[in-house]
Design a protein around this ligand. Structure first.
Ligand code: ATP
Length: 476
C-alpha cells in the first residue's frame, strides 16, 4: 500500500505533435508504492505521458522528478523504471527463462545470480514450472506474466504498464486483474497503469487520474471518482449515470426533471444552473406511486445478470436509467425516489458558447476564421468582440456544404431529454462549439453548422486569444 512520500512529481508537463497539444500542463504526484491508473478515452494522451516517463519520447515543457531528482535528463536505460506493453514484446525464438534473463545476460551478470533472480520473478508471477517452455506455446495471460517478470527482473522502483491486459479475453483479463493487484501488494513497488477501461481502473487502483483532451480532469480514489465526479465528462466516463440540467435553488435544494429535491450540496448560490448526476442504482423504483417524489412509465426492462436495467419516461418527459434487483414490466406506471445524499451536484463548465471574434462590418463578424452575418452596427470594423450563442441556437446539418462551418461530432452527452454535443471545428486551434439537440448524431459524424444572425449576440471581449470558445480545454 502507498505511503505518503512522493516518488514521482510531474510539474507543468506539456507535449505537442504537429502543433497539436496532446498533453497540456500535467501536474501529478505519485506516492511510493501507490497503484496509480491513468484513465481516459482513446487519444487523451495517457500513453504519451507514460512514454515520457519511460524516456521513449521527450516532453516540450515541464519537469518530472523521481525521488527528488530530475528524471527527464536521465537516458531511458538508466531510469529505474520498466515498462510492460499491451503486446507482450517477447522474443519468439527464446524460451521463458531466456526471455526473462535476456537483459541480465547483456549486462554480464554472473550466471548463478541470473538463475536466482529469474527463479524469484517467475515465482512472483506464478510461472515457476514454465522456464523451458517456448513462449509461443503459452496463453496470452501467461505471455503477459512473462513480460511482467521480465520487467521486474531489473528491480525497478516504478513499473509502467501500458494497457497490459487489453489483448486478453474477458475471463483472462478478470483473472489477471486479481493477480496484478496481488502482485502489487506483495512487491510494494509503485505501479503506473494506463487503461481506457473504467471498470479495470476502479478495480485495481489506489488512485485514478482521469484524462481527456490532454488534460487531467480529476484525481482521486476510485470511490471519489465514482461518487463525486467533478464534471459531466468524468460522470459519463466512469460508469452509467443520469446527467441532467438543473438549477441550484438555494443551499441543499436543487431543481431538475421538473421537480425540487433536497440534496446535501451547499455554496453554489441561488438559482444557479448546475449539472446533476444520479447513478442508476440510486433511484428507488416501486409500483406504489403514492408518497414518491416523481412518477413515470417503464419503457424497457433488461436483465443484466445481477440486476435489471430499466429506462423510465417520467411524466414530465425525461428518460431515466434505473437499476434494481426487481423487474418492472414495460408499460407499468411506477413511483420514484432519490435520497438527498445520492444527488451529486456539479458546477456547469459553461452555460453558452462564448467565442472571441472580430467585426468585419456593420453586418458581419469573423468567428473561428469564418464570416457570419449578424448585427454588428454598434461596433467599429476590425474591433475585437465576444459572441455569445446559446447551445440550442446552433443547427447541425447532414450536408456539410449547407453550413457556414463544417465540424465533427465529438463528445456526446445525453441529458435525459436532449443531447449535448461537442462539435470540433478545428482541433489544432482548439475551436469547439457546444450544441443542444434532439437529433441523434454519432461520434465522428461530419456536420454543417448554421447559426442565424439574430442568435449571435456580440459584446465587448474579456482578455483571451482571438477565435477561441470558452472552456474549450475542458471537454474536447
Ligand atoms: P490510446 O488508448 O488510443 O492509445 P492514448 O490516450 O494513449 O490513446 P496517446 O497514444 O497518448 O493517447 O495519443 C494522444 C494523441 O497524440 C493522439 O491524437 C495521437 O494520435 C497523437 N500521437 C501520439 N503519438 C504521436 C506521434 N508519434 N506523432 C504524432 N501524433 C502522435
Amino acid at each position: 500500500m502507498a505511503n505518503n512520500d512522493v516518488i514521482i512529481k510531474i510539474e507543468h508537463l506539456s507535449k505537442s505533435f504537429d502543433d497539436k497539444k496532446v498533453l497540456n500542463d500535467i501536474n501529478l504526484e505519485v506516492r511510493r508504492g501507490e497503484f496509480v491508473t491513468l484513465l481516459g478515452p482513446s487519444g487523451c494522451g495517457k500513453t504519451t505521458l507514460l512514454r515520457i516517463l519511460a524516456g521513449f519520447i521527450a516532453s516540450d515543457e515541464g519537469t518530472v522528478s523521481l525521488d527528488g531528482k530530475d528524471l527527464l535528463g536521465v537516458p531511458p536505460y538508466r531510469r529505474p523504471l520498466n515498462t510492460v506493453f499491451q503486446r507482450y514484446a517477447l522474443f519468439p525464438h527464446l524460451d521463458v527463462y531466456d526471455n526473462i534473463a535476456f537483459g541480465l545476460k547483456l549486462q554480464n551478470v554472473p550466471e548463478d545470480e541470473i538463475d536466482e533472480r529469474v527463479r524469484k520473478v517467475l515465482k512472483m508471477v506464478v510461472m515457476s514450472d514454465y522456464e523451458e517452455r517456448d513462449v509461443e506455446s503459452l496463453s496470452g495471460g501467461q505471455q503477459q506474466r512473462v513480460a511482467i517478470a521480465r520487467a521486474l527482473i531489473n528491480q525497478p522502483k516504478v513499473l509502467l504498464l501500458d494497457e497490459p491486459l487489453a489483448a486478453l479475453d474477458l475471463k483472462m483479463r478478470k483473472d489477471m486483474q486479481i493477480e496484478l493487484k496481488e502482485m502489487h501488494r506483495k512487491l510494494g513497488i509503485t505501479f503506473i497503469y494506463v487503461t481506457h477501461d473504467q471498470e479495470e481502473a476502479l478495480t485495481l487502483s489506489d488512485t485514478i487520474v482521469v484524462m481527456n483532451g490532454g488534460k487531467i480532469q480529476q484525481i482521486g480514489t476510485p470511490a471519489d471518482i465514482y461518487n463525486e465526479p467533478v464534471n459531466s465528462f468524468v460522470a459519463d466516463f466512469i460508469g452509467e449515470s443520469n446527467i441532467l440540467n438543473g438549477t441550484m435553488l438555494s443551499d441543499r435544494r436543487v431543481n431538475f426533471i421538473g421537480h425540487d429535491f433536497d440534496c446535501v450540496d451547499e455554496g453554489f448560490g441561488e438559482n444557479v444552473p448546475v449539472d446533476v448526476v444520479i447513478r442508476p442504482e440510486d433511484i428507488y423504483i416501486m409500483n406504489n406511486t403514492e408518497k414518491t417524489q416523481f412518477t413515470g412509465t417503464v419503457n424497457s426492462c433488461t436483465f443484466k445478470g445481477v440486476h435489471y436495467e430499466m429506462f423510465v419516461d417520467t411524466d414530465e418527459g425525461f428518460e431515466m436509467q434505473i437499476q434494481d434487483y426487481n423487474a418492472f414490466e414495460p408499460g407499468s406506471h411506477v413511483g420514484l425516489i432519490i435520497k438527498p445524499s445520492d444527488i451529486q451536484v456539479m458546477h456547469k463548465e459553461r452555460t453558452c458558447n462564448t467565442i472571441k471574434g472580430r467585426v468585419i462590418d456593420a453586418g458581419h463578424v469573423e468567428l473561428m476564421g469564418t464570416s457570419f452575418e449578424c448585427d454588428a452596427h454598434d461596433f467599429e470594423p476590425d474591433s475585437e468582440v465576444e459572441a455569445r450563442i446559446d447551445f440550442d441556437k446552433i443547427d447541425l446539418l447532414d450536408d456539410k456544404e449547407d453550413g457556414t462551418l463544417t465540424g465533427e461530432v465529438g463528445f456526446i452527452l445525453y441529458k435525459g431529454d436532449h443531447y449535448h454535443l461537442t462539435i470540433c471545428i478545428d482541433e489544432k486551434s482548439a475551436n469547439y462549439l457546444y450544441v443542444d439537440t434532439n437529433d441523434v448524431w454519432d461520434k465522428c459524424d461530419m456536420v454543417g453548422v448554421r447559426i442565424l444572425p439574430e442568435d449571435i449576440h456580440l459584446g465587448r471581449p474579456k482578455a483571451a486569444p482571438l477565435g477561441k470558445a470558452e472552456g474549450l480545454e475542458a471537454i474536447p
